[in-house]
Design a protein around this ligand. Structure first.
Ligand code: NAI
Ligand code: SF4
Length: 442
């Protein structure tokens, strides 16, 4: 059995509530941070732990924290990104629903380390029932003296606020989130300046994902040096993976980042193999924004090495033969799945969610959707496949925020690895149309 650091107590009845959380060791890390380590001590442990951002980018957390500007008399903020909207990703939801105090404790320790007296949880609108769970946990923590004024007699003050989003995917992009939090339309800002310098209300702000901030609790409890023993290389600690698609056991799993992709998919401890004894065809390992991998490149790298559930191994080969761990949204496809249809579904999503600020994204996502639609519905030409390739190339790297790239990469990977399926649709228009008869389209 893999060791757990985040969900080890998630099965305990009543762990959602303060008393049970506390009687099972909760808030001991906060006590240690505030009374013994101090802000610099916390930062040191987080740096030592090698913790990387769990939202998708994998940016080193300690480094991000050390970038925060500290001008005299200017407030600093911590923002928890709970706008989990990446298709296939539902790990933060699980964590907030089952063990909300782990997040609140992580927010307390992290805010303390950053010198922030206000912390915001920005949560996606569709998670309509979770703010209540969080607000109850915040009220309990405040009632017990873990929030508010002069926490544990240290002179440190902290308030945590929950802000609901309104259902826009783009508000998960950190600067769009900040705009939305300020009450404006969620349009991403050009970076730099990064939020660590000019963020919320132009003040220094750290934006971290839910899982990242929760992971600070075990790091403080066991120490950064122990934390790195979970995992390998630059993939330290444990990672929550939300597994879905054609597998026997979809769900949220906490893995040590030292197991193989094959073990994750086929062992009974995790996904339990492919449903109905079908063959594994492909997988998107890190949420819809990362490249799809065909089965042969998923289980082994192009060099023939075992593909591991780590940042490095999943990215091995670059986008030619690799992908990314991303947000840990693990979407498994069996032999019956149509890659063109799948790519169209994502293209439709990105077009719908584009904020429309930059032309390559606004126009390109719609154009890709139309071309993919034509191919999928038996109205495409061979030249459309090259056209699609050209469009995605012109989006990538030419936009304000990563949504443009996120829309381009899946299209590129689908053509790169499954060109024959695109060609099949073009060469078999009648079959394509028949297959899609009666299915709703855009
Ligand atoms: P990014 O690589 O631009 O930034 C990562 C973080 O590091 C940001 O917080 C940024 O402010 C900070 N940073 C980078 N360089 C810095 C510097 N020089 N100074 C100060 N701070 C610096 O990536 P981003 O936009 O944060 O995330 C993109 C990823 O998000 C995608 O790869 C995708 O996997 C993931 N994603 C996750 C979603 C979810 O629901 N979990 C939704 C959509 C995308
Ligand atoms: Fe908006 Fe797309 Fe430009 Fe991002 S890339 S700022 S979502 S138009």
């Amino acid at each position: 059995m893999g060791r757990k650091l985040l969900l080890d107590k998630a099965h305990i009845e009543g762990i959602r509530y303060y008393d049970t959380y506390r009687s099972n060791g909760g808030y001991t890390a906060a006590e240690k941070a505030l009374k013994t380590l101090g802000p610099d001590g916390v930062l040191d442990e987080v740096k030592k732990s090698g913790l990387r951002g769990r939202g998708g980018a994998g940016f080193p957390t300690g480094m991000k924290w050390s970038f925060i500007a500290k001008p005299e008399g200017v407030p600093r903020y911590l923002v928890c990104n709970a706008d989990e909207s990446e298709p296939g990703t539902f790990k933060d939801r699980y964590l907030m629903e089952h063990i909300p105090h782990l997040l609140i404790e992580g927010l307390l320790i992290s805010s303390f380390a950053l010198g922030a007296n206000s912390c915001y949880i920005y949560i996606r609108g569709e998670y309509a029932w979770i703010p209540e769970i969080l607000e109850q946990a915040i009220a309990e923590a405040k009632n017990k003296g873990w929030l508010g004024k002069n926490i544990l007699g240290t002179g440190y003050d902290l308030e945590i606020y929950v802000q609901r989003g309104a259902g826009a995917y783009i508000c998960g992009e950190e600067t769009a989130l900040i705009e939305s939090l300020e009450g404006k339309r969620g349009n991403p800002r050009i970076k730099p300046p990064f939020p660590a310098v000019k963020g919320l209300w132009q003040c220094p702000t750290v934006v971290n994902n839910v899982e990242t901030l929760a992971a600070v609790v075990p790091i403080i409890n066991i120490g950064g040096d122990e934390y790195i023993k979970f995992g390998t290389g630059k993939s330290t600690g444990t990672k929550l993976i939300s597994a879905c698609g054609n597998i026997n056991k979809p769900g949220v799993y906490e893995i040590e980042m030292n197991i193989s992709v094959e073990e994750f998919i086929f062992s009974d401890e995790y996904c339990g193999g492919i449903k109905n004894n079908k063959r594994l065809k492909a997988c998107i390992p890190g949420g819809s924004s990362v490249p799809v991998l065909p089965a042969n490149l998923l289980l082994k790298t192009a060099k023939g090495e075992t593909r591991m559930m780590t940042y490095e191994s999943l990215a091995d080969g670059g986008f030619a033969t690799g992908s990314m761990l991303g947000s840990g949204g693990f979407i498994v496809m069996d032999e019956d799945q149509c890659i063109v249809r799948n790519t169209l579904t994502f293209a439709r999503f990105y077009h719908h969610e584009s904020c429309g600020q930059c032309s390559p994204c606004r126009e390109g996502t719609g154009w890709m959707k139309k071309v993919l639609h034509n191919i999928e519905y038996g109205k495409g030409k061979m030249s459309d496949i090259d056209l699609l390739w050209d469009i995605q190339r012109k989006i990538e790297g030419n936009t304000i925020c990563p949504l443009g790239d996120a829309a381009a990469w899946p299209v590129a990977a689908a053509i790169r690895h499954f060109r024959d399926e695109f060609e099949w649709h073009v060469l078999n228009p009648d079959e394509s149309q028949k297959r899609n008869y009666g299915i709703a389209h855009y």
